[in-house]
Design a protein around this ligand. Structure first.
Ligand code: NAD
Length: 300
């Protein structure tokens, strides 16, 4: 079996592939070179950079399998792949711990004003009295989407002494066993000190958090989004933050990444990170190794 790897994946993933396949790593190819190369291969591993459009799928006469090392499949023409009987799989398990840890980090950074403290210290200002924080213990965390990431956030929040509310179209026993209570979206928004989003971006979740939902939140509450930018109506969020309808927001994903001109970058009550959710060495290694395992499993 010949496997073509067109975007960088962790070396442990390559080693695993080499145990059972003939592997060629060819990253950064232009489209023309890629079209020339692909007919020789039965399987491909890509991340987000390679655009697997109709032209590439048409050229890949021997292709049976495409593995996306990571989550999003928006760089792959899934309809054409289906027509050509080419299986497409991804590794959605890889970033779970990384995103859960980032979510908790953002809440702690907010509660203890770490970004403000760091900035002040580097400006030579000792503003200790302005940096009195709050504790997460005994606060209520509302988790919207109690799937893989939502449940890992719940587990960590529980260890910090937080109370857990959940909202999901599917109820998880594991979440309930952790002491999590499922409620309606409205009740979750009204009663949470932190609201964190872990649903996928699909038509029903686009702008799931808009003006109406933000108005239901406590004025002391904080919204955390390390899922996908368009789940939140950014214009409504900016308005709610400016009018102090909610206390703050921790945002890893904006409606348009990078946010460049967005007023979010100018607000003091916002902590921003540049889509760092899955950016850990461990998650990248896991994505590479799982991609190799998916090739082995699916080619059996
Ligand atoms: N910041 C990052 O870098 C990063 C990295 C990885 C994943 N993510 C995001 O995190 C999301 C969650 O990942 P996961 O692995 O936990 O996915 P998952 O599929 O395990 O969980 C998603 C949960 O959302 C629920 N859900 C779906 N539609 C819903 C709706 N309309 N209302 C309420 N609940 C709904 C599902 O039932 C499921 O329990 C991903 O879809 C992705 O957008 C972000």
């Amino acid at each position: 079996m010949k496997v073509l790897v067109t975007d960088p994946i962790h070396e442990d993933g390559i080693k695993k592939l080499e145990e059972f396949a003939d592997v060629e790593v060819a990253t950064g190819l232009d489209q023309e070179s890629l079209l020339e190369k692909v007919p020789d291969f039965g399987a491909m591993i890509v991340r987000s950079a390679t655009k697997v459009g109709k032209d590439l799928l048409d050229a890949g006469g021997n292709l049976k399998l495409i593995v996306r090392a990571g989550v999003g499949l928006d760089n792959i023409d899934l309809d054409t792949a289906k027509e050509r009987n080419i299986k497409v799989v991804n590794t959605p398990e890889a970033p779970t711990t990384a995103v859960a840890e980032l979510t908790i980090s953002l809440m702690l950074a907010w509660a203890r004003k770490i970004p403000k403290a760091d900035k002040a210290m580097k400006e030579g200002k000792w503003i200790k009295s302005q940096l009195v924080g709050t504790e997460l213990k005994d606060k209520t965390l509302g988790i919207i989407g109690t799937g893989r990431i939502g449940r890992e956030v719940a587990r960590r929040a529980k260890a910090l002494g937080m109370n857990l509310l959940g909202y999901d179209v599917e109820k998880s026993d594991e979440f309930k066993e952790m002491g999590g209570e499922y409620v309606g979206l409205e009740e979750l928004l009204q009663n949470s000190d932190y609201v964190t989003l872990h649903v996928p971006l699909i038509p029903p979740t686009r702008h799931m958090i808009s003006e109406e939902e933000l108005n239901l939140m406590k004025s002391t509450a904080v919204l955390v989004n390390a899922a996908r930018g368009p789940i939140v109506d950014e214009e409504a969020l900016i308005k709610a933050l400016k009018n102090e309808k909610i206390a703050g927001a921790c945002i890893d994903v904006c409606e348009h990444d990078p946010p460049e001109e967005s007023p979010l970058t100018q607000l003091d009550n916002v902590i921003l990170t540049p889509h760092l959710g899955a950016s850990t060495r461990e998650a990248q290694r896991t994505a590479g190794v799982l991609a190799a395992e998916k090739i082995r499993e699916n080619l059996k």
